[in-house]
Design a protein. Sequence first.
Lengths: 127, 383
Amino acid sequence: MNILSIISIALISVIIINLVSKYNPDFSIIATVVAGIILLVSIVGYFTDIVDKFEQIVSVTGINDDIFSVVLKVVGLSYITQFSADICKDFGVNSIAQKVELAGKIAIFTVALPIVSGMISIVMDLL
Amino acid sequence: MKKSIFLVLFLMVICLYFSPVARAEDELDVTIDQQLDSIDFDAIEVKWDEYIQQLTGAKTFREYIKDILDGKDNISIENILNHVSSSVFSDVKVLIPMIVSIVAVCIINSLVVGIKGEFLGASISSLLNTVCYCVVLVVSLKTLSHVASDTLHAVSSMQYVMQAVFPISITLLTAVGCTSASGGLALSMSMVSNLIVNIVSLVILPMFSASMILAIVGNLSDNVKLSRLRSGVHSLASWIIGVVFGVFSILITAQSVVAGSIDNVVVRSAKMALSGYVPILGQYLSDGVDIVFTTSIMLKNAIGVGGLVILVVSLLIPLIKVIVLSLAFRLTAGVIESFAQSRVSKALEEFGKNVNLLTASMLGCAFVTIVGLMTTINIGGIV
């Protein structure tokens, strides 16, 4: 993972956004979103390699795949939610940011619901 | 002169050959076989086939008793150790994915949430922490749900062994003349065998479940504090196990010491009266009674030893399973303590402590059963 290229992209994006915001604030929102997407796309390739390695480890050790897929989905949802909420907060739209966070939490809860219901059923078996 | 000396020596040899000692040994073997054939071992054979048959050369419990009485050692310690070690390794193999899963989830959680700079907001971090905690609970509780039923099965097996072996041993004890001891032991062992499973299933296992639920809920949130209540429930269960099984063991031992002494005096008095007051045949009758008593005692002791072997082998594997599980939880809690959430390592440590309740209940039941078996073996030995 070439951290220098990612840092360079980030710094150049900040400079461009600052320049654009002086002349046209509307385009700065687009520029911020585009910069974020470029950075995420540049990381996704490396993240995919890590997930593949992880899946190999999971298949060798015999760990349950469902559990790790839930954990990875929840982590992914958390990052996407926080990313979107931060963009909204950067531009002073806190109300939209809070709604994005609420939607993210509901999505996380929906994905994690099988885990929670599994836990409750095991506790009921104990009783 | 020399001829007369040789004649006397020859007559002495003839008399020794036909002596009562040599005849008594044959009569002893015949009496043992007759008594052994008259005893019904069907109930014990069930547990023998389930646990022991593959570990010994004896195909049935009856054959094993005959081998004990003949002085043959048919139990292969090597077979038992191999059986136990293979069971331990298979349990460890089942637990390794659980441990690795928990460690991996905690690593992911700490990487995502624990990095300084707060990439995630506080509320989303908190939700992610809770989801990871739930995942760890699901992984660990899946293993725990089988352990409670295995414990109940082990205790039921012990009850079955008690109810199969003790009636035979106590009947033989009565045949030896130890009526006081057999009466007291019959009452106390029937009480123990009925109460043991009830105490474990109605008191100890519900307290174990309550302790587990308190550990789960108490670590779910920082606002909910239930750790002291959990440790209170755990201590109460431990005390119940210690007091109940300790009291039973002391009662059985004290009863056997007192009754054994009384029976010893009674039987010796009866034998003395028989040999002293019955003319001509008194000594022979007394010797005959000795042979019957000796065979009954030998059978009683052999059956007691056989019951002990079944008990130990049936208990060993579930006990090792529970101990390995408890150690696995504590080891995992220690490994993840440095990088995981404190509630996850605390919950796992509490699970490990709670599982010790199951170990204690199995050991308590085994202790009481072994005390009863050893008591029946020891009583009547000096008659």
